[in-house]
Write a protein that binds this ligand. Structure first.
Ligand code: CUA
Length: 311
């Protein structure tokens, strides 16, 4: 099995440090509710203490004030706060650029601006900072749930439906997301990364998604590309300019540039790539990809080096 040092490493996955408008609103609401709940708890405990101390029936206005007026006012205020927050989070953008994310068993397909040219990536969602973006969420099989605690609230991905969420990431950086709905044996291994870039770098990223994969310019990389083609990998995976037919598995055109491997789970490097290819069913049980454990050592090394070179 894999030791923890090979796990992907990009800080914690937390709702308590917000880097997006939706997460900030949710954090504000959580704080308000916790403080209000704490104050009400102390008020009620104070009233109980007072009642026990006096040890005789109090005035009837205590019943009206504490049993009717206080709960009605408190609950009305909290309902109003949560309703306005949810409405603000759920409001979808009209002109915002669209990023389409589809959950699959156990990875994420990502398409930038499906209105125009569909620019495809996988398992890493790149967002422009300080820009309102509409995320259009779908599922390719069962119910998954899209959740990046530092950026936004979570929203289910339901087969046959399109759910939309608007997010504005406010702080460049790398954030962890996680499928938040049990979707099968490897549900806990269905993570992803969100990379928030300054707008100029985001434009460069989009431009890179249109380029063909870089050339295999050494003998080993060439061997790796041949192994990729010979072993039938293009039946499921796309590498732009090399093999463009498969859509069952993640697009690999820039797989080596991603921060992690196996949908946000392991560090992206040649060793982990080789381990993944040879033993994917051990690293991610019941993934749709079979373990390619029949490859020779040199072939495995070559194809891992080749994939790592795709940036
Ligand atoms: Cu996908 Cu849990």
């Amino acid at each position: 099995m894999n030791n923890t040092s090979t796990l992907a490493d990009y800080g914690s996955q937390t709702s308590f440090s917000s880097a997006g408008s939706g997460a900030a609103a949710t954090l504000g609401l959580t704080t308000a509710m916790s403080v209000a709940g704490g104050v009400l708890f102390l008020l009620v405990m104070g009233a109980v203490w007072l009642a026990r101390r006096r040890n005789r029936p109090g005035h009837v206005w205590w019943i009206w004030a504490g049993g009717v007026v206080l709960p009605v006012l408190a609950l009305a205020a909290l309902v109003a706060a949560s309703t306005f927050t949810l409405a603000a989070i759920g409001r979808t953008g009209d002109t915002a650029p669209v990023i389409e994310v589809t959950g699959h068993h156990y990875w994420w397909d990502v398409v930038h601006d499906p209105q125009g040219r569909a620019l495809r990536d996988a398992n890493e969602i790149v967002l422009p900072a300080d820009t309102k973006v509409t995320l259009r969420l779908r599922s390719g099989d069962v119910i998954h749930s899209f959740w990046v605690p530092s950026i936004a609230g979570k929203l289910d991905m339901i087969p046959g439906r399109v759910n939309e969420m608007t997010v504005t990431a406010t702080r460049p950086g790398r954030y962890r997301g996680q499928c938040a709905e049990f979707c099968g044996l490897s549900h806990p291994l269905m993570a992803f990364e969100v990379l928030v870039l300054p707008p100029a770098e985001y434009a460069a990223y989009l431009a890179g998604l249109q380029d063909e994969a870089r050339d295999a310019d050494t003998a080993q990389l060439e061997q790796g590309r041949e192994v990729f083609l010979r072993e039938g990998c293009p039946a499921c995976h796309v590498i732009r300019g090399i093999a463009e037919g498969g859509r069952i598995g993640p697009d690999l055109s820039r797989v080596g540039a991603r921060g992690s491997l196996g949908a946000g789970m392991w560090r992206m490097n040649v060793g982990n790539l080789a381990g993944w290819i040879a033993d994917v069913q051990d690293m991610k049980p019941v993934a749709e990809m079979p373990s390619f454990n029949h490859l020779s050592g040199p072939d495995l090394r070559a194809v891992a080096h080749y994939l790592a070179s795709l940036k």
